[in-house]
Design a protein around this ligand. Sequence first.
Ligand SMILES: CC(C)(COP(=O)(O)OP(=O)(O)OC[C@H]1O[C@@H](n2cnc3c(N)ncnc32)[C@H](O)[C@@H]1OP(=O)(O)O)[C@@H](O)C(=O)NCCC(=O)NCCS
Length: 160
Amino acid sequence: MTGVRLGTSEITIEFYDASWIFDHFDLVKSCFPHLGHVDLEDVDLRVQGRSGVVVAKMGDLPIGFTIWYETLPGTAYIWLTGVVREYRGRGIGLQLHKTLLRYLRDEGFDAVWFKAAKSKYRWIKRHISMGFRIIEHVREANVDIYKLAMVFDGKRVVVV
Ligand SMILES: CC(C)(COP(=O)(O)OP(=O)(O)OC[C@H]1O[C@@H](n2cnc3c(N)ncnc32)[C@H](O)[C@@H]1OP(=O)(O)O)[C@@H](O)C(=O)NCCC(=O)NCCS
């Protein structure tokens, strides 16, 4: 568990295995109203390999999460990152990603990637500053999407 102070509030960040998703599926869905196709079977299939969730909590209350799983060996995919609406814009999303990146690097992963809508300009810029690079542009359901990836070199501290 790591502690993060945001304003006057103490927010903790904790690591869980993928079973957390099944217990908090309503929370996950509430952050992604357009993810109608994602059901528990879909989640189950995705998290069969190495996988997990980093959760931001205010006391016992989960207020943000980032869900990841291994795609190719040594490569982690950050699938869903969500912060409860009233807690957005306070750095929690970025803190979740930074915490996950350090964890993945320490666990010996070689690379990590995620997708972001092109419209999330500042979110994308912040990740580029952290060491991510745009590797592909795709169009999904009429939305312009960038794929961003970062390769860990084992020596350089890429996450600030
Ligand atoms: C995207 C999301 C996780 C960001 O969480 P957050 O805690 O509000 O983000 P942070 O406060 O850490 O913001 C970090 C940076 O990203 C930017 N950012 C955050 N949300 C953004 C958005 N929706 N569009 C564009 N930029 C955004 C912030 O402006 C900030 O950059 P800045 O410091 O240069 O201003 C949150 O808005 C969310 O849950 N959205 C709904 C689900 C979603 O779309 N997830 C993204 C999947 S890639």
